[in-house]
Design a protein around this ligand. Structure first.
Ligand SMILES: [Zn+2]
Length: 163
């Protein structure tokens, strides 16, 4: 069993750590987080720090901590196609096009999957072309709409950052 390395979670450096085995825990340890599976099959955790609460996919946390902060526009690829294998050596930042091509090649997704980015938090969204979504959750949609004080015009605003 190789020893496990822990690093701070980007954005939650003072409160949370993630390991090279894809585990997440609070610093000072009140136990490990138990990720649930997102509807795309990726382990996901909910982080809370001060007033902030964020649902993050574990592979994003591992990539940010062990590979480096997300280059603009890039997404995480699981090299071996196994969504739960979140060791750093299995992850890489790639363009969405590369990731799509890889996923289709490895049979990870059904053929007609559309990938986009949540306009609030940047999480990946996969949907059927006929039902393309702009937000990963009602929470994110609500945040953007509240921040803008509107609903319909949210689409026109680029680069909205909701902490
Ligand atoms: Zn979101």
């Amino acid at each position: 069993m190789p020893s496990e390395t822990w690093r701070p979670v980007l954005g939650f450096e003072r409160t949370h750590e993630v390991s090279d085995q894809g585990r997440v825990r609070r610093i000072g340890g009140v136990g490990e987080f138990h990720p649930w599976r997102s509807r795309y099959g990726y382990p996901k955790v909910s982080l809370r720090s001060g007033g902030a609460r964020m649902e993050r996919e574990v592979h994003i946390l591992v990539a940010e901590a062990f590979i480096g902060a997300r280059p603009p526009g890039l997404v995480v690829n699981h090299k071996n196609g196994i969504k739960t294998d979140n060791r750093p050596e299995n992850l890489e930042w790639v363009t969405r096009a590369e990731n799509n091509a890889h996923a289709l090649r490895t049979g990870l997704w059904p053929l007609r999957t559309v990938v986009s980015e949540c306009e609030a938090c940047g999480n990946e969204i996969r949907s059927e072309p006929s039902r393309k979504q702009r937000f990963c959750s009602y929470r994110c949609r609500g945040r953007v709409q509240n921040a803008l004080g509107i609903g319909r015009n949210a689409r026109k605003v680029q680069g909205v950052q909701i902490a």
